[in-house]
Write a protein that binds this ligand. Structure first.
Ligand SMILES: Cc1cc2nc3c(=O)[nH]c(=O)nc-3n(C[C@H](O)[C@H](O)[C@H](O)COP(=O)(O)OP(=O)(O)OC[C@H]3O[C@@H](n4cnc5c(N)ncnc54)[C@H](O)[C@@H]3O)c2cc1C
Length: 415
């Protein structure tokens, strides 16, 4: 029996196993999924843990209960991929052979990449990109009543590039709710030009930051962090002082990608023009954050990709030609505090624009606008994630490829 091996049972690995298990069974193939543990966390929930909205136990399910029946799930660290012999080697030395390989090993933070960060780690320098970090930060924020809180992005790309921005909005809401906001300076330090990478959204979200008295330090390329002096230092000489630093450290692909000679300098896997096939090996595909493509690293992107990649893999198995390619479509909710959120929908060609989503005129969500419905939709999305997306289902009315439907083209116009 031929074997599709999927490395990683996170968002991408689980969705792809769910979408392919039926069609592959009919073709006489089996699926083997490997992950280093049996705990699948809903990562977007990490953002809400520091503010006491979620606890770690609310966000976790067993991977084995989320993967479809009929899939062989192996809990083990993947040590090496051996493309020449089409085998993967596990940490205990066991080897599994594959006919096709799908890499879904994601990305993770590397705080040690920024000099000084580890000296203050979890003393006055915190993260929320890991569940442990988010929990410890929750305790720290509870006791933080005055001083400067700096939310810092060390470098791009990071997964969910809007999440640090959301963190600043939520921190503003959290401190106001506790009556201490007037004693706290909030500063957002980013390597990019402002709140977002594209002009219309940067203008809208930058105005929101100004309204909420969040200071922005842009084009900040971090040289080092000095936790003793309490400052972040930029290569151009600028320094930003902090009492509490919440940092998003550099994100890197899995070490196994580097060890196997499959990655670039950040351990991401370069892919062909379809966006999914390893440049080096035709029988290796990649989904999600593990890819070196310049698409946004986000769960929404993984979900849209899965609706294209399943067809490409089935065509490969059937020996049929296929010309499908992904266009980088992404959408994100941006929590802005006080029970409201903004939704953006975009790709490289079409920047986030105002309008209604997913249905033109009807919505019910509004694009580039703070609304309560957007916020409730973000909270409801968690249910959709566990019960719909991970089961391999598509979301009605939300196409995988980018569409201008419901959007108002305000590009080039000043507000
Ligand atoms: C704080 C935060 C907020 C976020 N908010 C949003 C949001 O609002 N919207 C959104 O769309 N996205 C959001 N994301 C991003 C989203 O969670 C990821 O983009 C998505 O999960 C990527 O899926 P993936 O399958 O590529 O990787 P993952 O889901 O991270 O899965 C990778 C898997 O590979 C496994 N693995 C890695 N190396 C090995 C190895 N050597 N051996 C065995 N197993 C291995 C890991 O254990 C993991 O299970 C957020 C992320 C964070 C951290």
């Amino acid at each position: 029996m031929k074997n599709l091996v999927i490395l990683g049972a996170g968002t991408g690995g689980t969705i792809m196993a769910s979408r392919l298990v039926g069609p592959l069974r009919k073709r006489g193939w089996k699926i083997t999924v490997v992950d280093k543990d049996d705990r699948h966390y809903y990562q977007p929930g990490f953002l809400l843990v520091p503010f006491g909205i979620y606890k770690a136990e609310d966000l976790v399910r067993r991977r084995s209960s989320l993967l479809p029946k009929g899939v062989n799930f192996v809990v083990a660290e993947v040590e090496e991929i051996k493309p020449q012999s089409k085998r993967i080697k596990l940490a205990d030395g066991e080897e599994i052979s594959y006919d096709l390989l799908l890499i879904a090993t994601g990305t993770h933070i590397r705080p040690e990449e920024t000099p000084g960060v580890l000296d203050g780690w979890r003393k006055n320098v915190f993260d929320y990109y890991t569940i442990d970090g988010a929990q410890v930060l929750a305790d720290k924020l509870k006791e933080f009543r005055e001083g400067t809180l700096v939310v810092h992005v060390a470098e791009m790309p990071i997964k969910c590039n809007v999440s640090p921005l959301e963190f600043t909005f939520l921190a503003d809401w959290y401190f106001r709710k506790r009556g201490v906001r007037d004693n706290i300076r909030l500063v957002y330090v980013t390597p990019i030009s402002g709140a977002f990478t594209r002009p219309v959204a940067t203008r809208y979200l930058g105005d929101l930051q100004a309204k909420k008295k969040i200071e922005v330090e842009s084009f900040f390329l971090t040289e080092r962090v000095d936790p003793t002096a309490g400052k972040v230092v930029c290569y151009d000489g600028r320094e930003v002082a902090f009492d509490l630093l919440v940092t998003v450290p550099p994100n890197f692909g899995a070490e196994v990608i580097r060890r196997s000679g499959l990655g670039d300098e950040m351990n991401y896997v370069p892919v062909d023009e379809s966006g999914f096939r390893s440049e080096k090996y035709a029988d290796i595909f990649v989904i999600g954050d593990a890819s070196a493509s310049d698409w946004t690293k986000a769960g929404s992107v993984v979900h849209f990709q899965s609706e294209i990649l399943d067809k490409i893999i089935l065509a490969e198995i059937d020996g049929r030609p296929v010309e499908l390619r992904f266009d980088g479509h992404a959408n994100c909710f941006i929590e802005t505090g006080f029970g409201k959120a903004v939704v953006i929908d975009y790709n490289h060609e079409i920047e986030p624009l105002p309008g209604k989503f997913p249905l033109p005129l009807v919505g019910p969500m509004s694009l580039l606008k703070e609304t309560r419905i957007n916020h409730w939709s973000k909270l409801a999305f968690e249910w959709v994630y566990w019960h719909w997306l991970l089961r391999g289902r598509s979301v009605p009315f939300v196409p995988a490829l980018m569409s201008m439907r419901g959007k108002k083209d305000v590009r080039g116009k000043t507000s």
